[in-house]
Design a protein around this ligand. Sequence first.
Ligand SMILES: O=C(O)CCC(=O)C(=O)O
Length: 283
Amino acid sequence: MTEQALDQIEAFNLSGAHAVEEQAVDAYERDGVVCLRQAVSAEWLAEIEPGIDEALSGGSADLDIVQIKGDTGRFSFSSQAWRQVEPFRRFIFESPLPDLCWPFLQSETLTLFYDFLLIKEAGSNSASTPWHQDQAYYPLRGRKIINCWTALDPIPLETALRFHKGSHAEGTVYRATNFSNTAQDYKHARHERPIMPDIDNDPDAVILRTAMEPGDMLIWNGCTFHSAPGNTLDQRRAAFSINWTGDDVTYEDVPSLETYRDPALKTGDRIEGEKFPQVRPHS
Ligand SMILES: O=C(O)CCC(=O)C(=O)O
């Protein structure tokens, strides 16, 4: 691995404010990622927490719980629980969250794509996340796609996400990586797309990261490359993220991608409907 420049993700302190500063949007546009400190209040974090058990015990449309050989802790990731899990639905629709996220899309509309719960239990040492772009996995075209990722636990630098600064800017969507075995192709890989760059061996890459406290939120673009280590610590590392789309995003039907599929939509349609509700302006 090549030695690389490390820097901090630019952070803005919200302390309960319900509006973001223009500089936060500028930092997101420049770097492809920004951190909003204290974006989610302790009250809303307490609302989300009971939803975790519900999501893990049948509430998620798509749930994986894996324990990698040699690890003592499990790694769980759940998608699209909001329609069944009431605390998640309330957080998405009734908290200040949509109004915090909307300015980053620079869009007339804000549409919910999906919710994602990610838990790396203490001792899930090998549950690392390889470099990837979120958009490589989505049946979507467009640039206005963001992931708003709230820490539910303290996340020190040892287990923090890492971002390749500015990697969203060119807008190329690369081939998706296989999360469980990077030597093997991802099962829905699109071979017409270019192979991902070797970020670990790019001497010019600047890697951004930051330690987080519960309620701090990262916002990044669907094309920003990011990765994360496994959880080598003796505490849970959980996050709840909401993925939103804006007004330039259209659907691309990929029948095998069931998690993100809405049979009512055709390639080229605006992404909207019961599964992907428009949240702003209120419809
Ligand atoms: O927290 C992690 O390990 C990975 C999170 C991530 O890559 C994502 O939510 O897209």
